[in-house]
Design a protein around this ligand. Structure first.
Ligand SMILES: [Zn+2]
Length: 72
């Protein structure tokens, strides 16, 4: 089994996985839970970077959410 990787895409009040496009919890190391309703399972990708999807989500804020991930 290969490990998929993804970028954590952070919007103002939500975030999602770049691999499958479904909602994600920004504190999770892997996409193992879907935030909000979805009939599909999360893809399980490992988050290896973080990226803002909104101008109000600044690099400082991203670093505060996940100091362990590089900015994409
Ligand atoms: Zn995913």
């Amino acid at each position: 089994m290969t490990t998929k990787t993804a970028t954590l895409l952070v919007d103002r009040s939500t975030s999602r996985c770049s691999n499958c496009g479904k909602g994600a919890f920004p504190q999770d190391s892997h996409h193992t839970r879907i935030s909000g309703y979805s009939a599909k399972a999360p893809c399980g990708a490992k988050f290896v970077a973080i990226k803002s999807e909104h101008s109000l989500v600044t690099p400082d804020r991203l670093r505060g959410i996940r100091p362990d991930l590089p900015l994409a």
